[in-house]
Design a protein around this ligand. Structure first.
Ligand code: NAD
Length: 485
């Protein structure tokens, strides 16, 4: 019998499901059991052509609709997503392995938030009027054209919506390629958008590995590329986009610092460290994986952290009591196990975890290392798994310098009761998404994105509008034209 997660077909193009079984089969493995639950096929060149041609053909008419009409469709899609939150959360859990406790609360709902927010903004996207004496200039905020979205595997529904919603609100069309590791959820987003009234061709989904992504990025008909992925992929995609002078948004990796001063509320800081390292089994780009703890409270912090980490309920992701699920796939589990071994070999002190769980599926224990030093591999490289490094520090000046000594700049957090210090430290940290006495909140109203190697551009908020539109300026002369001859 076909598994309920098996989609109708691999791709969604021009308002309907499309299949081409000549494409490389991509098995969908449920991370909690290791069982294959579905198969999709990578896009062939014919499928890529169909998707790009349909996105291009639909764009002008979509941009000509009023913003309010476009927004109404996005908001209707948000309502449908909320009504079907349970089924979409089950699908997200099949796609990623993340526990229902998380997917019910965060994934489809944050996608709906983006559709609702940008749907609401769509009718108010306007230019300006700039008086120049008797003359004037006016500006028009125009769509870029056809956008390509490429997703990572950790938040397949959210990423499909975070890219699609602002793009469509501005009058662009999109071809979205989900990660080959989690191909299912974006298809549902496309289906629901069309059910909500989206014209055919405005939002298309194609499957595939890096080659399909590269074919989309290099197509001359594509005007903008928005990638969520790792820094090495970001460098390739940015370079390929530059070749065609395309707009880009790059949401890439991180190795973010979370700084805990000795006056912090310990339980809140421990809660922040847990949220910033173990949510989604640590597969979150903005995680605060370098937890700098001021020396005076280090042992107390570690004791409380170990105690609370021991309360994680590891098990069946479909059971709502489960609070910690498996890694997305076997490959990622093995990458993370490799980092855990490096942590042990390089002399970090294992506080808890450090092993694969003795059960089917790709489960790792939530792992904490203490006495980590800045030069250790686990303190320098993005692990993308449930491995927290706790580092000691003594002074504010020292910790700010060490926190910034990385190529990454995605996120940063500070825990302290001294608000003057909190704002001063945040002001000195090189990171795009920052938190004071909290960690990893990402409301659609706030800009999200990285500095340095962690990214270019911002998602969410009004900032995203700037990255999915361009400004035309028009000088209007009321009098005669003066010329030299
Ligand atoms: P990845 O870089 O391996 O892949 C990301 C996507 O790019 C996939 O869809 C992949 O098929 C595609 N791709 C690969 N090579 C390509 C190429 N040459 N041209 C075009 N597309 C190509 O990343 P991943 O392993 O799927 O995800 C984990 C990474 O994503 C981590 O580094 C994480 O920090 C990052 N991430 C960032 C954010 C953010 O918002 N900043 C959010 C989630 C994940």
């Amino acid at each position: 019998m076909t598994h309920p997660a098996q989609p109708t077909a691999s791709h969604f193009i021009n308002g309907e499901y499309v299949e081409d079984t000549a494409g490389t089969p991509i098995p969908v493995i449920y991370a909690a059991t290791g069982e294959q639950i579905a198969t999709v096929h990578a896009a062939t060149p014919a499928i890529v052509e169909q998707a790009i041609a349909s996105g291009q053909a639909a764009q002008k008419a979509w941009a000509k609709m009023s913003g309010t009409e476009r927004g109404r469709i996005l908001r209707r899609a948000a309502d449908i997503i909320r009504e079907r939150n349970h089924d979409l959360s089950v699908l997200e859990t099949y796609d990623t392995g993340k526990p229902m406790q998380e997917t019910l609360a965060v994934d489809a709902t944050s996608g709906a938030d983006a559709l609702e927010y940008f749907g609401g903004l769509a009718g108010s996207l306007t230019g300006e009027h700039i008086p120049m004496g008797e003359d004037w200039v006016y500006t028009i905020r125009e769509a870029l054209g056809l956008c390509v979205g490429i997703g990572a595997w950790n938040y397949p529904t959210q990423i499909a919506c975070w890219k699609g919603a602002p793009a469509l609100a501005c009058g662009n069309t999109m071809v979205f390629k989900p990660s080959e590791a989690t191909p299912l959820c974006a298809l549902k987003v496309a289906e629901i958008l069309h059910e909500a009234g989206l014209p055919a061709g405005v939002y298309n989904v194609v499957q595939g590995m890096g080659e399909v992504g590269a074919a989309l990025v290099t197509d001359p008909r594509v005007d903008k590329v928005s990638l969520t992925g790792s820094v090495p992929t970001g460098k390739k995609v940015y370079a390929a986009a530059a070749e065609g002078m395309k707009h880009v948004t790059m949401e890439l990796g991180g190795k973010s610092p979370m700084i805990v001063f000795d006056d912090a509320d310990i339980d809140n800081a421990v809660g922040g460290a847990i949220n910033g390292n173990f949510y989604s089994s640590g597969q979150v780009c903005s995680n605060g994986t370098r937890v700098f703890v001021q020396k005076g409270i280090k042992e107390k912090f570690l004791a409380r952290l170990a105690e609370r980490t021991g309360n994680a309920v590891i098990g069946d992701p479909m059971d709502e009591a489960t609070s910690f699920g498996p890694m997305v796939n076997e490959n990622q589990m093995n990458i993370v196990l490799g980092y855990i071994e490096k942590g042990k070999a390089e002399g970090a002190r294992l506080v808890c975890g450090g092993e694969r769980c003795d059960m089917p599926g790709w489960y790792l224990q939530p792992t904490v290392f203490a006495d980590v030093t800045d030069d250790m591999t686990i303190a320098r490289e993005e692990i993308f798994g449930p491995v927290m490094s706790v580092l000691d520090f003594e002074t504010e000046e020292e910790v700010v310098a060490r926190a910034n000594a990385t190529e990454f700049g995605l996120a940063a957090g500070v825990f302290t009761k001294d608000f003057t210090r909190a704002h001063r430290v945040i002001g000195n940290l090189e990171a795009g998404s920052c938190f004071i006495n909290s960690y990893n909140d990402a409301p659609v109203e706030a800009p999200f994105g990285g500095m340095k190697a962690s990214g270019v551009g911002r998602e969410n908020s009004k900032e995203a509008i700037k990255h999915f539109s361009q400004v035309k300026s028009v000088y209007v002369r009321m009098g005669d034209v003066e010329a030299a001859f």
